[in-house]
Design a protein around this ligand. Structure first.
Ligand code: AGP
Length: 606
């Protein structure tokens, strides 16, 4: 998830772009760049402050494009920062998204004598547009014909030195907003950089393209020359806009689950063979073939995702897995023999406990792997191989979308390992089909937000809370309790439902509510009976259950129904519910859910 911002008008573009880009920093901050026709391209590692310090000129260009990067392909550095120039420096492109078929497009261009400066997928677009122009096409048609050859997602900005005041933009899967001013026009990833200039905006839809000059804008598609996209007036302030109109980043990021799931599986599923394609670990597939023990290590929410990884990889991959709290792992003197790998799960890729656990594993001769969200982060660089989440930057301290993405990616790893062992093609196909349906099912769960809010408000005065579940729902119970603790400061515990009678049941009374995760899976009956133990002690019960389950209503006062999916992937759906529950519970108390007290987003101390 990068930030793009462009301007064409009657004012100097340089200050407008730099100020606007600043409000997009929540979208990406590992590198930045700006192109102003008539001036050299300026790019830098870091965000807008670094970019400002790199610009040694004051341009009077009245248009330009700019970008803030959240790396997906290629390390975060100056060369890979956007905008990217074409072979002869006539076309400049800034891009938010992933070009899936960029390798084959790049190979074709290299065969035709093109040389590439960066490792990015984006650079091919600049070269292709220039090639089309040199074949006599107009700037507009060159972009159209280029995009017709592209597979993937994009929020795109294109500038052409021979038409400096024309900006072309296009959208497929990544957000693009036009800002319509008097004698000036804007393009951005969201309205936050536009609102200080105009409240008149046009939200582009997938497949749309727009051509902007200072005094005109035209929206079209790759097949139709002009289509209608009505302008609308929005009265958000800049902060609201960066939250996409949500009151908090946490709620915005919970609602990103469908896109996050699409990004996690995009280009990684081979339907007909029931396989997962994971370029990042294929490089070590020889070592993985001899893998006979996997140690997953992480902290906090990532640790609970790791617990689900244990269930998934043992269940589908047939490999013994142990999950280790990273802060304990290195001091426990773990036994590591040939055939053991250590897999770190981390959103930031900078959590010191997890990093040191990986280093300990490396010192003891283990193959080290990573499931990491931040491209180019230390854990990503120090592990031998891994899989990126592509969940985009997570701003809320309480991890939400990263957890959903981690579960999806760990199920891909389990499928990858399983299909290279005993998992049948048929079973593999069932998992691929279920993974592909997840984004749509997650939208159905997100639509329950208001009803979940009503239930959370009903229990908002509770001082203690228990979350219970069995098998795949057990780690979700632990994660639900952590989310509630983190953002509402209420005492909450996650427990295996079967453990209740071994102690926690003593705590239960009319003031101690329990949220039970009880989908209709292989341990449904067992979980129901644990709920009945609580009901017998008059403990209030909220249940997360499978749509159509009438029995659970007889036991729980409140029921949140989730759609059916395979048992292994149900945590993605019940995970969204416990995130929404914690959010509404805390937001109702007026707490700063994005910046809970005493916590940091990335814990880089032991
Ligand atoms: C989760 O909401 C917390 N922010 C925290 O527990 C977090 O999961 C933990 O610090 C691990 O962070 P990482 O995924 O960036 O390594």
């Amino acid at each position: 998830m990068c930030g793009i911002f462009a301007y064409t008008g009657d004012k100097n573009a340089q200050p407008i772009l730099l100020d606007g880009l600043q409000s997009l920093e929540y979208r990406g901050y590992d590198s930045a760049g700006i192109f102003l026709p008539g001036s050299p391209l300026v790019k830098t590692p870091g965000a807008v402050t670094e970019l400002r310090s790199r610009i040694a000129f004051s341009s009077d260009a009245k248009s330009g494009i700019s970008h803030l990067r959240w790396a997906t392909h290629g390390e975060p550095n100056e060369v890979n920062a956007h905008p990217h120039a074409s072979q002869n420096g006539e076309v400049y492109v800034a891009h938010n998204g992933i070009i899936e078929n960029y390798r084959e497009l790049k190979e074709r261009l290299i065969k035709n004598g093109h040389t590439f400066r960066s490792e990015t997928d984006t650079e091919v677009l600049a070269h292709m547009i220039e090639v089309e122009i040199h074949q006599g096409k107009t700037f507009e048609n060159a972009v159209v014909d280029t995009l017709r050859q592209v597979r993937g997602t994009y929020g795109l900005l294109v500038s052409y030195t021979k038409e400096p005041n024309t900006i072309i933009t296009a959208r497929m899967g990544s957000p693009v907003v036009l800002g319509l001013g008097a004698g000036e026009n804007f393009v951005a990833s969201d309205a936050s950089p536009i609102l200080r200039h105009t409240k008149q905006v046009v939200f582009l839809s997938d497949g749309d393209m727009a051509i902007l000059t200072p005094t005109s804008h035209r929206v079209r598609t790759l097949s139709e020359n002009e289509i209608k996209r009505p302008a609308q007036t929005i009265d958000w302030n800049v902060e609201e806009a960066s939250k996409g109109g949500y009151p908090h980043f946490m709620l915005k990021e919970i609602h990103e689950a469908p896109e996050v799931l699409e990004n996690a599986i995009r280009g990684r599923l081979i339907q007909k063979e029931g396989r997962a394609k994971l370029g990042g670990i294929e490089a070590v597939s020889a070592e993985l073939a001899d893998l006979d023990r996997l140690l997953i290590t992480a902290c906090g929410t990532a640790y609970y995702a790791g617990l689900l990884g244990e269930y998934l990889i043992e269940d589908l991959g047939g490999i013994p897995v142990e999950v280790e709290l990273a802060s304990e792992f290195r001091y426990r003197k773990p036994i590591i023999r040939k055939g053991t790998a250590v897999l770190a799960v981390s959103q930031s890729g900078e959590t010191l406990d997890t990093l040191e656990a990986i280093r300990e594993g490396k010192r003891r001769g283990a193959l080290t792997l990573g499931v990491v969200n931040t491209v180019g982060s230390t854990i990503a660089r120090e592990t031998d191989a891994g899989v990126y989440n592509h969940a985009g930057p997570e701003i809320g301290v309480a991890s939400t979308k990263a957890f959903i993405s981690q579960v999806a990616v760990l199920s891909l790893v389990a499928l990858f390992l399983g299909r290279s062992r005993s998992l049948s093609e048929d079973d593999g196909r069932k998992i691929v089909e279920a993974l592909k349906k997840l984004p749509e099912l997650s939208r159905k769960v997100l639509a329950l937000s208001d009803s979940i809010k009503q239930i959370a408000l009903k229990y908002k005065d509770a001082r203690d809370f228990l979350f219970i579940g069995r098998r795949y729902s057990y780690p979700v119970a632990l994660e639900g309790a952590l989310k509630l603790k983190e953002v509402s400061y209420v005492h909450a515990e996650g427990y295996g439902a079967g453990e209740m009678k071994h102690g926690p049941l003593a705590m239960i009374d009319t003031k101690f509510p329990t949220l039970a995760i009880v989908p209709q899976d292989s341990v449904y009956e067992k979980t129901l009976s644990n709920m009945i133990e609580i009901q017998a002690r008059k403990g209030p019960l909220i249940a997360i259950a499978t749509e159509g389950d009438e029995r659970v209503k007889e036991i729980a006062q409140d029921v949140i129904y989730i759609p059916t999916t395979i048992e292994q992937l149900t945590p993605v759906l019940s995970g969204i519910v416990v995130q929404l529950f914690a959010y509404h519970f805390a937001a109702e108390k007026g707490l700063n859910v994005d910046r809970p007290r005493n916590l940091a987003k990335s814990v880089t101390v032991e």
